[in-house]
Design a protein around this ligand. Sequence first.
Ligand SMILES: [Zn+2]
Length: 149
Amino acid sequence: MIIFGWGDQHFKDFGPIFEMECRECGKNEYWHLYEVSEWVTLYCFRIIPHNREKILMCPVCRSYQSLDAHQFDELLPHAQANKAYLEKEALLTKRKERTQSGSWHNQRSHNSGDHKIVCKHSANRIMQGIFLVVLLIAFFLIIILSESE
Ligand SMILES: [Zn+2]
């Protein structure tokens, strides 16, 4: 049973920085700024961080470049701004989807209005049918009555 250990890695994502072609996987993607901390653990609990590394990481294959503190500090505000922007965009698209589904709902209720008109038409047809049946019955009654005389 492992009680005490280290090497439990924790990745903190600060956001995307810039588009870069990865040497490992060849993909053109936005690399993210991360802080990787290794923790001394007791049971499963993280107790002390003992190694912190600042890196730029490919989101596809997770290969990375190490950064020094100065580089990290320079990139950090960009990463945070990009992340905030993306979160705002995600919120906006969510809202858009909601309004789109709203208009779809309106369209549906509009269609159900059409459906009501169709029902009215069929109600008229039923009335016409009943009227015809009544006419036929009256017609037969007249014939039967005139024959019995
Ligand atoms: Zn890659």
